[in-house]
Design a protein around this ligand. Structure first.
Ligand code: TRP
Length: 326
């Protein structure tokens, strides 16, 4: 069976963009493959300045609860926090010795993130893709579900694996991306990718009233200025969201109502909200139950780390032998 690996940064509250683009795919894959999923807190140390220790702990707990609330079943996959498996950092050093500076410098994400750095451009943000390669290769994963923006990092992981194999003998398979089936989800502003840092997101665990209020303010067809103007669903981001959540027949009705101005944007948003709630309400409920039982979440993460460590330890033993260190 193929092994799948993917990681998610603990950036805080996850949103419907994360769910559509990654999480629901993680869940689907865990039904068919051996999946290893990690909350990559070591990657989250790379911004300058980094989050405080308290903030880091809070985010990791929040992401863990959200993943479980979404329906990720830890009896069918391995879910763990990266820093609980020290081999990630260890392998990152070894692989870093086979990563070309020139390749790292070409990474789009490095260029973007180093511009956002407020204090220093640290070695960590430069070496970020090396740690990512270590995450994947430590488990000898062959398939990696990611978004379009991570394909370049994956290509680098393949390059590092090839170089290592050439020098030290066949050790790592070359991991292939599994591209997210949902290309890219735009935010409430209708123009930029949904992201918590832009504040244009609908959070997975947001209270229902807050979802309603934020949806009411969401950008629709910019040309539809008055309730009596006909609109164009093809130019409306909310209509794109209907595509993710609303059954086709009802969606078509909304489209027709929009084109003929029979319904207003708020009516259309209310239909969307009904269907969105069918996804979000159960998540909120499960999250509330998990938050009431933090020890159970801790136990699940500990058990995940235990399973991950067993694989990681075996790979590192092989790597140490191949490179000649003790
Ligand atoms: N860089 C990825 C992101 O920002 C997160 C990540 C870290 C990852 N390690 C990984 C993804 C390994 C896939 C495989 O989305």
């Amino acid at each position: 069976m193929e092994r799948v690996f993917s990681g998610i940064q603990p950036t805080g509250a996850l949103h419907i963009g994360n769910w559509l683009g990654a999480l629901r795919n993680w869940i689907a894959l865990s039904e068919r493959h051996e999946c290893v999923y990690s909350i990559v807190d070591l990657h989250a140390l790379t911004p300058s300045p980094p989050p405080s220790a308290e903030e880091m702990r809070r985010r990791v707990r929040e992401v863990a609860v959200t993943l479980l609330a979404c329906g990720l079943d830890t009896s069918r996959c391995t879910l763990f926090v990266q820093s609980e498996v020290p081999e990630h950092a260890e392998l990152a050093w070894v692989l870093g010795c086979q990563a070309a500076m020139g390749d790292l410098q070409r990474m789009t994400q490095f260029k973007e993130k180093s511009e956002q750095a407020r204090e220093i451009v640290g070695l960590g943000i430069f070496a970020y893709p090396v740690l990512q390669a270590a995450d994947i290769l430590l488990y000898k994963a062959t398939r990696v579900p990611v978004g379009e923006d991570q394909v370049q990092h994956l290509e680098l992981a393949r390059e590092i694996a090839r170089r290592f194999n050439r020098i030290y003998g066949a050790t790592f398979p070359e991991p292939e991306p599994i591209l997210s089936p949902t290309p890219r989800v735009f935010g409430l502003d209708g123009v930029r990718k949904m992201s918590k840092s832009l504040g244009n997101e609908i959070g997975l665990l947001e209270p229902a009233e807050s979802v309603k209020a934020r949806l009411a303010g969401a950008m629709t067809d910019p040309a539809r200025k008055r309730r009596t103007d006909p609109g164009d669903p093809a130019k409306c981001n909310v209509f794109t969201w209907h595509g993710y959540f609303t059954p086709a027949a009802e969606r078509e009705e909304c489209a027709k109502g929009c084109r003929t101005a029979a319904i207003g944007c708020l009516d259309c948003k209310e239909v969307l909200r009904t269907h969105l709630e069918k996804v979000l309400a159960p998540m909120r409920e499960r999250a509330a139950a998990l938050l009431a039982e933090p020890a159970a979440v801790e136990r699940a993460l500990r058990a995940g780390a235990e399973k991950a460590r067993a694989i990681a330890r075996a790979t590192m033993e092989e790597v140490r032998h191949r490179i000649g260190v003790r």
